[in-house]
Design a protein around this ligand. Structure first.
Ligand code: TRP
Length: 470
């Protein structure tokens, strides 16, 4: 007999876990630096447009497909149509690739919890160089990645309810408190207004096709969409929980955290006259510089901030790992233990490549593609696989699953009314694929990494050819 499928213990627990998956490095590390690099308010506006129109729609579709089939990504596609298996397989592959760099950054955050208290802040002018030296050294960052990965493995190995749900129920509320305290302090600084203006007054002169692709990729990344993560989490839902309100709450929480991270960073950044467009180092260089200027309270606030960042990352990376683990358990009948340990090892190996690509191997790039491993994992997932994954899901749910089946799933067999069903269905079936297609097409002409886009499409094609094997 098959072992009984694990389920979330409560609706609150599920929402915390799903919001935990969504809120992560994407919100606190990446959203601020993308906003900084793409001109502030205008980027945020486009991002919010994608989140509310396409993000909520795809999230609700992922929850429905997961709960309907009671299967993780690959199994969910396969149980509806054999020839769609590849879309789930791409999701599992994407999970490996994201986990090829995510725990590296998670490791940096973990390191900064300690570094905040051990002299990092004593000389603000040296913080940038210290970060550069840290991430490019061959061994130290990887030790932190090992520590971070072991937290991850510890949670996932305990399972859905006792591990992921239990951890999220404690960590998410803690995260809100930590971020609010840092944001609250930043708002009181003289000169903070300029930061608010940067965040909330759009300047469209910096907008191009690239901005749209960046905003779309970020929306999918931040909401954990486009690779079956929310299908997997949805598959652990009992039949009586309401999907539409859950999707709305999770999206709202994710957006709130992104804006909160912006408010924690930009007002203080402008107050101290620092540079908004400083790229991926923003959170690790500019934020500690801000704290360094605050006097004795600085190291404490900095430690709190990096604990928050680590917690946020952790509840997300467990969801990425769970996508692979659930596939191995559902389709390959592995035990959770074996699945978690072997998945963790492979992911760690990827992380070694990513971390070394920032130091020892920084002058080497992958032939033809022209990027190092860290950027390869990052750009290929965020700009290619997630968007295409979202497009595939929209087409799959819109054209392959019967409309009545979706309606029954979304209204719990007609036991309540979902007023927006028709609108949602229309956006899912037509607006989502067309919008993603257009953004990808224009992005293709504009982005520097055309080769990566082509490479991604080839991988998807090859996966489709071999999909019978999964
Ligand atoms: N959403 C997370 C973040 O913002 C990262 C993440 C977790 C993710 N699961 C995912 C991204 C699935 C894409 C797909 O940090």
């Amino acid at each position: 007999m098959e072992p009984k499928r694990e389920h979330w213990a409560s609706r609150f627990g599920f929402i915390m876990a799903a919001a935990g998956s969504a809120v992560g490095l994407g919100n606190i590390w990446r959203f601020p630096y993308l906003t900084g690099a793409n001109g502030g308010g205008a980027f945020i506006l486009i991002y919010l447009g994608f989140v509310f129109l396409i993000g909520t729609t795809v999230m609700l579709a992922e929850f429905s497909v997961g709960r309907m089939t009671q299967k993780a990504a690959v199994g969910a596609y396969k149980s509806v149509s054999r020839s769609w298996t590849f879309a789930g397989v791409i999701g599992v592959l994407t999970a490996f690739l994201i986990m090829g760099f995510y725990p590296v950054v998670g490791g940096w955050a973990t390191a900064y919890v300690v570094k905040s208290l051990t002299g990092l802040l004593s000389d603000p002018t040296a913080i940038g160089d210290a970060f550069g030296a840290f991430i490019s050294s061959p061994v130290e960052p990887l030790l932190w990645t090992v520590l971070y990965m072991s937290f991850n493995i510890f949670i996932v190995i305990r399972g859905v309810g006792k591990g992921i749900e239990a951890a999220s129920k404690i960590l998410m509320p803690l995260l809100i408190l930590l971020l609010i305290s840092v944001a609250g302090y930043g708002m009181t600084l003289p000169g903070a207004m300029e930061g608010f203006r940067f965040l909330f007054v759009p300047d469209f002169s910096a907008v191009s096709a690239k901005t749209f692709l960046a905003a779309l990729g970020q929306a999918f990344f931040s909401l954990s969409l486009g690779m079956g993560c929310m299908i997997t989490y949805g598959s652990y839902l009992p039949k009586d929980s309401k999907l539409p309100s859950s999707a709305a709450v999770v999206t709202a929480m994710d957006t709130t955290f992104a804006i909160l991270a912006g408010v924690a960073i930009f007002p203080a950044l402008f107050a101290f006259g620092l540079e908004p467009a400083s790229g991926p180092g923003l959170v690790f260089v500019v934020v500690p510089q801000i704290f360094a200027k605050m006097g004795f309270i600085g190291p404490i606030l900095s430690m709190i901030f990096f604990i928050a960042l680590m917690i946020a990352a952790l509840t997300s990376s467990v969801s990425l790992m769970e996508v692979v683990v659930a596939y191995l358990m559902d389709e390959r009948k592995w035990t959770r233990r074996t699945a978690v340990i072997s998945t963790g090892l492979v992911m760690f190996l990827f992380c070694v490549l990513a971390s070394l690509s920032l130091g020892l191997w920084s002058s080497w790039t992958i032939p033809v593609l022209g990027v190092g491993f860290f950027d390869f994992f990052d750009i290929l997932t965020d700009k290619v696989f997630l968007a295409i994954g979202g497009l595939l899901l929209g087409v799959f749910a819109g054209f392959k699953i019967k409309k009545e089946d979706l309606k029954r799933e979304l209204t719990n067999e007609g036991t309540f009314h979902f007023a927006l069903f028709e609108a949602w269905y229309f956006v899912l079936k037509f607006v989502t694929p067309i919008a993603i297609g257009l953004v990808a097409l224009f992005g293709l002409f504009d982005i520097v990494q055309k080769e990566l886009m082509v490479f991604g499409l080839i991988v998807i094609g090859v996966t489709a050819l071999f999909s019978k094997k999964f």
